[in-house]
Design a protein around this ligand. Structure first.
Ligand SMILES: Nc1ncnc2c1ncn2[C@@H]1O[C@H](COP(=O)(O)OP(=O)(O)OP(=O)(O)O)[C@@H](O)[C@H]1O
Length: 265
């Protein structure tokens, strides 16, 4: 079992971001997480990345209980987990090659890692990861010179280079055009299948989630609203997931409510 969450709750400030989450994900599964803005998708991904500690329930990842490990052992566990951020936190003056190679910093240790910052130690490896995303020509560019979508692809290349066992992606294609988004998700899925990785990705584009992932989890108000095979996710389920009680219809109050708009890519 790659992920086992039992009764997990997470409070962020005054907000109950996650509540009573029970979730099992087997090794090699590919799972999309969808839900409205503020539902708790990023919180769930960050919890799975051990960037956030739950305040109730238990978390088991790759056979380990991260919050019962020593700090050093938890760091070792983190080298087996890769998180693609929606907006990769890459310093604008950092070169792309360094950003990609940083995917293995945790495994190289401090000295080798620092040395690689000055003299990149595996340029061919970084170039190969970037080439799969059509970015080989940006190898020596500075991150600050890239567009949002290009930066997202660098973030993906970095995690491909890391070669984690659990690959997490938080809105990994939100800044890409539809063709690139489709291509990048197909690439991530092919990579996961070819290497037997577990892939969990949050997505606003419901169509992409249904097209690329066999299993789809709906999150709303910090809780799991459904956990289904993609083929079982009906328009009614999506309407219920995205129904927004907080936004008044632009029409007159007594008119029929506008149909819910499911986000498209
Ligand atoms: N650092 C924080 N401090 C306090 N509350 C937070 C913090 N981060 C997120 N929240 C709240 O936690 C809840 C879940 O947020 P989260 O970012 O996980 O949702 P999301 O589904 O990823 O949203 P989006 O699709 O808009 O990115 C929201 O109500 C949000 O306002």
């Amino acid at each position: 079992m790659t992920v086992r969450l039992t009764g997990v709750g997470l409070r962020l400030g005054q907000v109950r971001a996650l509540d009573g989450i029970d979730l099992h994900i087997e090794a090699g599964e590919r799972v999309a997480v969808i839900g409205p803005s503020g539902a708790g998708k990023s919180s769930l991904l960050n919890l799975l990345a051990t960037a956030l500690q739950p305040d109730s329930g238990t978390v088991e990842l790759l056979g380990e209980a991260p919050w019962r490990l020593s700090g050093r052992a938890r760091q070792r566990l983190r080298t087996r987990i890769g998180l693609i951020h929606q907006a990769p936190p890459l310093p604008s003056r950092q070169r792309v090659v360094t950003a990609v190679l940083a995917g293995r910093l945790g495994r190289w240790g401090t000295l080798r890692g620092l040395a690689s910052l000055l003299h990149p130690r595996d340029v061919p490896g970084a170039r190969a990861a970037l080439a799969t995303l059509g970015l080989a020509d940006k190898l020596f560019a500075q991150c600050g010179q890239l567009s949002g979508g290009q930066l997202q692809r660098v973030g993906i290349a970095r995690v491909l280079y890391q070669q984690p066992e659990l690959l997490l992606a938080d809105e990994p294609v939100s800044a890409m055009d539809p063709v690139l988004a489709d291509h990048s998700l197909a690439l991530l899925n092919r990579h996961a299948v070819a290497n037997g990785l577990t892939l969990v990705a949050s997505l606003h584009a419901v169509e992409l989630a249904l097209a690329h992932f066999p299993r789809v989890i709906g999150v709303r108000d910090g809780r799991l609203a459904f956990d289904l095979l993609a083929a079982q996710v009906t328009p009614e389920r999506l309407d219920a997931l995205y129904a927004n009680a907080g936004i008044a219809s632009p029409q007159a109050a007594d008119a029929a409510p506008a149909p819910v708009q499911i986000p498209r890519c």
